[in-house]
Design a binder for this molecule. Structure first.
Ligand code: CMC
Length: 381
């Protein structure tokens, strides 16, 4: 009998130097640097550079990278036309996936080992994802897409393109930290999906569009959106015990809790919770934060000892809700950040490629006779 590992749990799929996670201690490092330090001192673009090139940039390198990203933020009118042609009730993750696949038709990048093409591809993807997400968010409401502004930072510019207002600097800073915290997370499902695609030597646009499709599901990035739907369903503090009890008894998953690797509270959730708490003190979103922290307390008592704790999607969902962002944009905002990590892994894959082609354990029948159509009145065995 061959060993079988459902979900490949615990099976290394690659050797990597992009990030390190210790799920028992709650440690996450990008290229050896703790995420708490990056959240405190870095910016998303500096962190993206670190992930892509395995070192912090010099001042000159960061200036050049920032300038290149700003320069490539615009998207072609044909991508805007593509977004306009999609159903407005469709999910923004599907729009993002379609637009990213289409980008690859405008900017061929089949030379996956060419350093210059690779740099430009990374710059274009990091630069254009926010523009695509913001454009679809506006076009679906009948508004025009807003052109990016080169004088705004990466985080400011995205919030500006969504609302046509220069964001409050504190809000832009919080969003930038969220981007840092979402930028990378070892061998998760979407990264693996992107790497499988990259291992066929498909170009990075195709690999990233695969990863976006995988991120969408509620067991992965889509959980941040599902957290808000859950809290809206719970509504009041009084309803929490009954709601959780019913779900847990029926063996249903509570969104924003649990993780394949972390058995303690996700270190990213800790940083985000601090911001959510700060925003709750300043704004009218106090009741929502209070509801969320009460859910955490109840979950802690019920399933905490089993290692089921809040993950990144619990508090990112709360934060983005507090920032007044449409719920179905939360997962695309996750993708805007995670593209840096996806690319870093795909570049490792291209460099030392081996086609992903796992095996299976066949459990079906063999050597069945072919029955002609006339003889198939009852279902054949
Ligand atoms: N709520 C209730 N029970 C849970 C949860 C949860 N959120 N997560 C795990 N469990 C229980 C599960 O029922 C099972 O119990 P038992 O051993 O009694 O059958 C046990 O824990 C193991 O669960 P599993 O699903 O086999 O474990 P996994 O390693 O496959 O789970 C997970 C990882 C993320 C799929 C799961 O925790 C989950 O579905 N969580 C909710 C969705 C979510 O928040 N996803 C975001 C993940 S983190 C960031 C990201 O990837 O985007």
């Amino acid at each position: 009998m061959r060993d079988f590992f459902p979900g490949l749990a615990g099976i290394p799929a690659a050797k990597s130097s992009v990030s390190f996670v210790d799920g028992a201690e709650g440690v996450l490092e990008y290229r050896g640097i703790r995420i708490e330090d990056l959240a405190k001192h870095s910016s998303f673009l500096e962190t993206a550079f670190l992930l892509l090139f395995n070192r912090l940039p010099t001042k000159r390198e960061l200036d050049d990278f920032t300038r290149d990203i700003s320069h490539h933020r615009r998207i072609k009118y044909r991508i805007i036309d593509l977004l306009k042609s999609l159903p407005e009730q469709g999910h923004p993750m599907d729009a993002l996936q379609a637009a990213v696949a289409a980008l690859g038709m405008f900017y061929p990048a089949h030379e996956v080992l060419d350093e210059a093409i690779r740099y430009l591809t990374a710059v274009r993807l990091i630069a254009k994802l926010p523009t695509i997400v913001a454009a679809f968010a506006r076009l679906r409401r009948g508004d025009n897409a807003i052109r990016p502004r080169d004088d705004l930072s990466y985080a400011e510019n995205f919030l500006y393109m969504l609302t046509e207002q220069i964001p409050d600097p504190a809000m832009a800073k919080i969003f930038d930290v969220c981007l840092i915290l979402h930028a990378e997370h070892t061998m998760n499902a979407s990264t693996f999906s992107g790497m499988v695609t990259a291992s066929t030597l498909a170009d990075p646009y195709t690999a990233v569009s695969s990863a976006i499709g995988t991120l969408k599901g509620p067991l992965h990035g889509g959980a941040n959106e599902a957290v808000i739907h859950m809290l809206e369903e719970i509504q009041t503090l009084e309803r929490i015990p009954e709601y959780l009890n019913q779900k847990l008894t029926n063996k249903e998953k509570i969104m924003g809790f649990g993780h394949r690797i972390y058995k303690v509270k996700d270190p990213r959730a800790i940083v985000m919770q601090a911001f959510a708490k700060q925003l709750a003190a300043d704004t009218t979103t106090q009741s929502f934060y209070t509801l969320a922290s009460a859910v955490e307390k109840h979950m802690d008592a019920r399933v905490g000892p089993k290692g089921i704790r809040p993950n990144v999607d619990f508090y990112s969902g709360i934060l983005y809700h507090q920032m007044g962002i449409d719920t179905d944009l939360f997962t695309p905002m996750f993708a805007i950040a995670r593209v840096a990590g996806w690319l870093a892994h795909c570049f490792e894959q291209y460099h030392d490629n081996h086609l992903f082609r796992p095996d299976q354990i066949y459990e079906g029948q063999r050597n069945r006779p072919y029955q002609s159509l006339a003889n198939r009145e009852t279902s054949s065995s």
